[in-house]
Design a protein around this ligand. Structure first.
Ligand SMILES: [Zn+2]
Ligand SMILES: [Zn+2]
Length: 326
């Protein structure tokens, strides 16, 4: 195990992270989130109608092609909607009770005015906990709002107003935090969203080509199929860089929040992330998707670990294996 003396300093200012988020900001973000979730749900419903009814049933004529389109579309559609729902409906996980201060420590902490004394209380409370990262000032990270010692990679979400384990980001498109409990589902949502967009775009342009070359008579289906062709092409172009950037982060075991350490401060300032949790490509992917490859493509929780302690890239190979083989 990594010794308690080997602490790392995270590059995030706790004040920045916990900046005041007033009630109007909260309501505004929630309203935008509900609107975006409704919009995505509408796009999915309309895409289903156009692809199944207008394109497959009314337009495509060869039976074999019709069935191929229907089966392939339904396969990816079900996986996409399933992943999307699991990302939205998974409750973000908060730090377990052992990270809360005891009642006596809490009273002592609140009665104390000196920051140094407060730190001493926190350091004492954290001494038996698996906490190895400190804030930029070198202090034990403590959330005043949730009244918990923050585990490594845990951050306070100002929108949900709660500390989330391995917080990646708060996603307004999903009206939920993306963290330890749903990061795999989030990646699958974006991945299947991209595949579905590419597939519906290709199917729509295939039909449009038949319309344009007069191999199909003009019907009422041409307008919705044209709409779908362009919308799904635009969505593919949005999803691709988004998925690529998140896969790069996941393959390096980095969250969108800062996981930096003191040594990498210059790198962070230069816009680069620290790789203190980097275990190598294969193990990084298994941290998110799990050891059993059979579950990788399904939105079933299979991420490794407990969400509050993580094998570190600077641990020995034996420690890395012990941490990833459980
Ligand atoms: Zn908090
Ligand atoms: Zn949140």
């Amino acid at each position: 195990m990594v010794t308690k003396e080997e602490t790392h300093t995270v590059n995030i200012d706790e004040e920045e992270e916990d900046e005041d988020y007033d009630e109007s900001d909260h309501c505004f973000t929630k309203c935008i989130s509900y609107f975006l979730v409704s919009l995505i749900s509408c796009i999915l419903v309309v895409a289903y109608y156009i692809t199944v009814v207008e394109l497959c049933i009314f337009t495509v004529e060869p039976l074999a092609l019709k069935l191929t389109f229907l089966v392939t579309f339904h396969l990816f559609y079900i996986l996409c909607v399933w992943s999307f729902l699991r990302t939205i409906l998974s409750r973000p996980v908060t730090p377990p009770a052992k990270f809360c201060l005891s009642e006596s420590d809490k009273k002592l902490y609140l009665s104390e005015e000196s920051q140094e004394k407060k730190q001493e209380i926190l350091v004492h409370a954290a001494k038996d906990l698996p906490i190895y990262t400190r804030d930029r000032k070198g202090d034990v990270r403590y959330c005043e709002k949730c009244q918990v010692l923050k585990p490594d990679r845990c951050h306070h979400c100002p929108v949900c107003n709660v500390c989330i384990l391995k917080l990646d980001h708060h996603c307004v498109f999903l009206s939920n935090c993306v963290g330890f409990s749903n990061y795999k589902f989030f990646l699958l949502s974006v991945g299947y969203g991209l595949l579905l967009s590419i597939m519906t775009s290709a199917m729509s342009f295939y039909c449009l080509k038949l319309f344009w070359t007069n191999r199909l008579p003009e019907t009422d289906s041409k307008a919705p199929i044209t709409y779908q062709a362009w919308i799904s092409t635009v969505l593919s172009l949005i999803f691709f860089p988004f998925l690529y950037s998140h896969l790069v982060l996941a393959s390096n075991n980095i969250t969108a929040m800062s996981d930096g350490d003191e040594d990498d401060d210059d790198k962070h300032k230069a816009g680069k992330h620290s790789k203190m949790y980097d275990l190598g490509f294969s193990k990084n992917i298994r941290q998110v998707f799990g050891d059993k490859k059979i579950y990788w493509l399904f939105p079933i929780f299979s991420s490794l670990g407990d969400g509050f302690s993580f094998p570190r890239g600077d641990a020995t190979d034996i420690e890395k294996n012990a941490a990833t083989d459980n």
